[in-house]
Ligand binder design. Structure first.
Ligand code: FES
Length: 281
């Protein structure tokens, strides 16, 4: 259907089989899956921050953000239970096998962001793709300036990656982590706010900064509005539209916005690029 579009990945159709070596329950409906080659030797491919992979089970397949890590000893996916295929995935146990293809998509601007202060703004499972970029910045700490992370979810239980959020990341050099939940709850004495409102309250200075955001579409919309109000330019605002991707290879026609195929041209965009698209994102 869309054969005129060339895939921008190196190994678009080579499926592999991986074994699940560990599973971590992040929230009541999000699990992290750690996988490696079935011979126990490494991973089928490497990813850059922001890239995705297609995972298949007997019930179907889905495109998921893949966590970047320097060592490349395993691949990690944080996957939210949202339907038939992800229900099936959540029933997978350690030792079972999954089909995998990738990597797909472009990646976050790791080079262009060098020398800049970094502002990461995420909601819910949207922290999963940003976490790759955050981990990359920490691994190459000397290349980036101050790092600020603003993250929110519905409740404390729904916050992903709590050990990193509350323990590891705040200990990193020149780093601030701000966490909020949507509604007050017993035992939480931190911020109660929606992410865009918390962002405005914190009012981080746009000077020499790159702002990267991911989360539910409505959150992204209001975060972008807030950033604009605070004086961020279009070049300084980056987001990923990976949640629109289905087949990942320009075939299913489910991800297009105007003439762009998110799976072939994205999923990472800055606001300059997004403004050239019809406002459907
Ligand atoms: S055409 Fe299928 S995800 Fe882009």
């Amino acid at each position: 259907m869309h054969d005129d579009h060339k895939c921008n990945c190196e190994q678009p159709l080579v499926p592999g089989i991986v074994e699940v070596i560990d599973i971590k329950e992040e929230t009541p409906d999000i699990k992290s899956f750690y996988v490696k080659n079935i011979d126990g030797q490494g991973v089928p491919f490497n990813v850059l921050p922001g890239q995705c992979a297609m995972i298949s089970t007997p019930v179907g397949e889905g495109m998921f953000s893949c966590t970047w890590q320097e060592e490349q000893e395993w691949l990690q996916f944080a996957i939210k239970r949202v339907g038939l295929m992800t229900d099936d995935l959540h029933r997978i146990e350690v030792g079972q096998q999954l089909g995998i293809r990738g990597p797909y998509g472009n990646h976050f601007p790791i080079e262009e962001s060098k020398g800049k202060d970094m502002l990461f703004i995420a909601g819910g499972i949207g922290l999963a793709p940003l976490r790759s970029f955050i981990k990359y910045c920490f691994k190459h700490r000397e290349d980036y300036g101050k790092i600020q992370i603003i993250y929110g979810s519905r409740s404390y239980a729904d916050l992903c990656f709590k050990d990193e959020l509350f323990d590891l990341w705040p200990k990193e050099k020149d780093t601030e982590v701000f966490v909020t939940i949507d509604r007050p709850e017993e035992g939480w004495d931190g911020e109660v706010n929606f992410v865009p409102t918390y962002l405005e309250k914190l009012n981080p200075d746009p000077a020499n900064k790159m702002a990267v955001t991911c989360g539910p579409p409505v959150m992204i919309k209001f975060v972008i509005q807030a950033l604009e109000k605070m004086g961020y330019s279009d070049e300084q605002i980056i987001t990923t539209l990976e949640m629109r991707m289905k087949c990942g290879i320009g075939k299913c026609g489910r991800c297009n916005i105007g003439s762009q195929y998110i799976c072939l041209d994205g999923p990472v965009y800055n606001m300059v690029q997004l403004r050239q698209l019809p406002p459907e994102w």
